[in-house]
Write a protein that binds this ligand. Structure first.
Ligand SMILES: [Zn+2]
Ligand SMILES: [Zn+2]
Length: 91
């Protein structure tokens, strides 16, 4: 049974069938002095960023952290930043 963050609290949820993975987006900036925290909200999308080995990033993302980049295509915060950096004219 997975744990999720809900309204700022960690809750143990009973979900029938296959439970969605918790969101893995970091809720704190990439700062070595701040321990990274995961969002842990229920994910509704996976990161579709293509990796060099033909797979996709597949990071589970909640609606708050998934950036929609097309129909049924979402990027995690890290790859949204990479996407913006590689194609700034699209933004
Ligand atoms: Zn999230
Ligand atoms: Zn990603």
């Amino acid at each position: 049974m997975p744990w999720y963050r809900c309204h700022g609290l960690m809750v143990h949820m009973k979900i029938a069938g296959k439970a969605p993975a918790p969101c893995v987006a970091r809720t704190t900036p990439d700062n070595p002095l701040v321990p990274s925290q995961r969002c842990f909200a229920i994910s509704t999308a996976l990161c579709d960023w293509p990796l060099s080995d033909g797979k996709t990033c597949d990071a589970p993302l909640c609606p708050e952290h998934a950036t929609e980049v097309g129909k049924d295509r979402h990027y995690c915060p890290r790859h949204t930043a990479e996407h913006r950096a590689s194609a700034p004219e699209l933004w």
